[in-house]
Design a protein around this ligand. Structure first.
Ligand code: HCA
Ligand code: CU
Length: 376
């Protein structure tokens, strides 16, 4: 059951570096790796040493930090890349090659037979070096199933630790991913990794479907940063799994998400989206009076995620015309004001009245409550 036993491969320092705004200095990479390690992701994937001289140095530096997380780097299926990857000292090498007709024609220009030949050269070498080996087919979703299975069966026979399914263009749906992982799971007995882009908004659902079908490893990045609009966000995957069963994610230091999201957002010059999973500013804010009343009685009425488990707090928004007297009473209590039910209802009516024509601030609500207390 992979939902109970899965690993996160966080690729903020590889896929995330492919986000348009991303530039991480060596110190920043070390800082991000440290935050990810404290959070408890099992793997950290790093940019290929072939990308640039500094990328190669940084890969070695992060690989040699002595983190709990295993380090990986990500290379094309080529002997030179494989040698440089091993030399960095990473624990594992993620090998990738495009198998769709689009990529075979317009990217590397190789046939499936040539891909198989390369795999037969690269994989035994990597295995001989004692590193973990993953082999992934880029653009899996637009590749021919027969081609995929030929490649996966060959690499499984060569002894890879994992095979990877990559929804490179974010075209897959949860049902498609589920079926593909299931079919693969039935054919080969090696671990299965899923890497999904979010172009059509399915990256979290697809990752979850992959796990349901037997995948063992999921690629994420902090805030989902990556090429175009990115991949499965770490926080979003955590939220999805927690919503099914909090025990699935108790192995992670959940309150580390806030710092991770905030730090990476600052480093790449973006705000955390208001509707972000867990760390978006309104993720635990309740507004309508009916919701507020129920949440104040028992938060599980309108919350599947308990903010306290993430080191965060819920907020009940009071200063608006949808408010209710239970929420207003709760605000009075927070201010240490003892008011009767009819006084609270009176203030509630005033709030509704005032906020019918313009937005109110919490300060104004507080003033009304203090005035009511004084008048009493
Ligand atoms: C890339 C492509 C990749 C690889 C994924 C993988 C993708 O940018 O190199 O190695 O599984 O989305 O296909 O990120
Ligand atoms: Cu990708």
């Amino acid at each position: 059951m992979s939902l109970c036993q899965f690993s996160i491969i966080d690729s903020t320092l590889r896929e995330g570096e492919q986000f348009v705004n991303a530039f991480f200095s060596t110190e920043e990479k070390i800082e991000i790796a440290g935050l990810l390690d404290s959070f408890g992701v099992e793997y950290i994937e790093l940019t290929s040493p072939m990308a640039s001289t500094q990328s190669e140095r940084d890969c070695s530096i992060v690989a040699n930090l002595g983190l709990k997380a295993k380090t990986l780097t990500h290379v094309r299926c080529h002997p030179d890349d494989a040698r440089r990857a091993v030399a960095t000292g990473v624990d594992g090498v993620d090998v990738v090659i495009g198998t769709s007709s689009q990529l075979r024609k317009f990217s590397h220009g190789k046939s499936i037979n040539q891909i198989l030949d390369l795999a037969e050269e690269v994989i035994p070498y990597l295995k001989s070096q004692g590193v973990e080996v993953r082999f992934s087919t880029e653009d899996t979703l637009r590749s021919e199933p027969e081609d995929l299975f030929r490649v996966y069966e060959l690499v499984a026979g060569l002894g890879v630790n994992r095979v990877g399914i990559a929804d490179t263009v974010g075209v897959g749906t949860p049902v498609q991913i589920y079926r593909l992982v299931k079919a693969l799971h039935e054919r080969i007995s090696v671990d299965i990794e899923f890497h999904g882009h979010n172009d059509s908004g399915c990256a979290i659902a697809n990752a979850y479907a992959a796990l349901e079908a037997g995948a063992t490893h999921i690629d994420t990045s902090v805030l989902g940063i990556g090429e175009r609009n990115g991949i499965t966000p770490l926080g979003g995957l955590i939220a999805r799994l927690y919503a099914t069963n909090p025990e699935y994610v108790l192995k992670y230091h959940l309150s580390g998400l806030f710092d991770l999201d905030n730090r990476v957002a600052a480093l790449v010059g973006v705000d955390i989206p208001f509707n972000n999973y867990i760390t978006g500013f309104s993720a635990f804010t309740h507004k309508a009076g009916i919701h507020a009343k129920a949440v104040l009685n028992d938060p599980s009425t309108y919350e599947i995620l308990n903010p306290e488990d993430f080191g965060l707090t819920r907020y009940v928004h009071v200063a608006h015309r949808l408010t209710g007297w239970h929420a207003v009473r709760n605000r009075a209590e927070q201010l240490g004001l003892v008011l009767s039910e009819s006084q609270v209802k009176d203030v509630t009516a005033q709030i509704k009245n005032m906020s019918d024509s313009r937005p109110l601030t919490l300060d104004e609500v507080d003033r009304l409550l203090y005035e009511m207390r004084r008048a009493a």
